[in-house]
Structures are given as C-alpha cells and as structure tokens.
Design a protein around this ligand. Structure first.
Ligand SMILES: Cc1cn([C@H]2C[C@H](O)[C@@H](COP(=O)(O)OP(=O)(O)OP(=O)(O)O)O2)c(=O)[nH]c1=O
Length: 189
C-alpha cells in the first residue's frame, strides 16, 4: 500500500512532506468549475472528490489517493484562481479591508471507499491601496492561487490575521487530512 497525492500544487506537496508522509504524485485531468450553484463547502468537496477518483481509477486499488480543492469565499461568492491580471485585481480589490473564508475540500479514496471532509479558515485582509495591489500583481504571485494571494509568500503582507487552520489556507488542512487518512488505515503520527 502506498499514498498518492492527486495534485500538481507544490504547496500541497510541501505540506505533506512537512509531516513526514512518503507519497507519490499523480496529477488528475479534472477541470475545475467554480460556477456550480451549490454551497461553497460542497463545491470544494465535490472537486476534491473528482480529483481523487480520477487518479484512483488509474492506480491499483490498494493505493490511498488524496485529492484537495481550495476556494476563497467572500459574501457568498466563490473566488478560484484568477484568469489574468485583471481578474486578480478584481479579487484583491474585493478582498481588501474584509474578512473572507478559505475552504479546502479533501477526499481520500482507497479501493471502493471514499472519505471526505473540509476545513474553513477565516482570513482578514487589511486595507490595500490601488498601488499596493498593482505591485503585488507585478510579483506574479497571485496567478495560481485561489483568491489571488499566497499567505505563505509576499501575500503575508496583506493578511492582518487568521482564525483556524493555517495549512488549510496554503491548500491542505493537515489535521482534517490526518483524520481521513486514519479512517483509511494510515497514521501520520
Ligand atoms: C488562499 C491561498 C491559496 N493558495 C493556493 C493553494 C492551491 O494550490 C491553489 C488553489 O487551487 P486548487 O484548484 O485548489 O489547486 P491547484 O490547481 O493548485 O492544484 P491541484 O488541482 O492539482 O491539486 O491556491 C496558496 O498557495 N496560498 C494561499 O494563501
């Protein structure tokens, strides 16, 4: 039995490595669609499930496959990764001076079994000037991040505070994941 992370995200790989987990990477072909009209947590879990199931179908049934999906939610609206600089500008302008939620759905698949859960972290972004938003976009950091910022990078300069799991904001809620892995017979501690 081995563990497979169904993710191309270097942040997820790094977080899983941090807790001493040995794993392989197989990236899913799932195309995300944040426009579905379901509650945000359900959306994140559905997409995490789709990623894990897509990879599980391609590997042997004794493998434990992990999928995850991170979204940013502000006033009921879902923000995924920005399509371009204009989209990043719109997201950062909306998030400025407000508190939002970061939700990561997680799915663990082993053979015919699937376990899912999600974590929610509140993040408060300070008031950002138009110039600061332009400078941050110019770093390139927003482009592959949900909500157009990275708390683990220069985006730390935008975050006033958080309530909840930090790893969840970076893309993989480790305590939530450990709970699911335990059900699949894998103990990280
Ligand atoms: C809010 C926030 C998001 N992110 C990242 C985590 C995720 O990689 C990304 C959200 O995109 P996802 O669609 O969840 O994941 P992904 O496309 O990067 O990888 P894959 O589908 O292959 O697993 O945003 C940060 O790195 N820092 C942050 O502060």
């Amino acid at each position: 039995m081995g563990i497979i992370l169904a993710s191309a995200s270097p942040r997820r790989q790094e977080l899983l490595r941090q807790v001493g987990c040995q794993f392989e990477i197989v990236v899913s072909d799932v195309i995300e669609d944040n426009g579905q009209h379901v509650p945000p947590a359900e959306l994140a879990v559905t997409q995490a499930k789709a990623k894990a199931l897509d990879v599980a179908a391609r590997v042997s049934s004794d493998q434990v496959v992990i999928g995850a999906d991170t979204i940013v939610v502000l006033e009921g609206q879902v923000y995924g990764k920005p399509a371009d600089a204009d989209d990043a500008r719109r997201m950062l302008t909306d998030l400025s001076g407000k508190e939002h939620h970061v939700i990561t759905g997680v799915a663990v698949v082993k053979g015919q079994n699937i376990w899912t859960d999600f974590a929610v972290t509140s993040v408060r972004i300070r008031n950002l000037s138009a110039v600061e938003i332009e400078r941050y976009i110019a770093t390139g950091e927003p482009m592959d991040k949900a909500g157009a910022y990275a708390i683990q990078g220069k985006g730390a300069l935008l975050v006033e505070g958080i309530s909840g799991c930090y790893a969840n904001v970076v893309g993989l809620p480790l305590v939530t994941l450990a709970g699911l892995l335990k059900k699949a017979g894998v103990e990280l501690l």
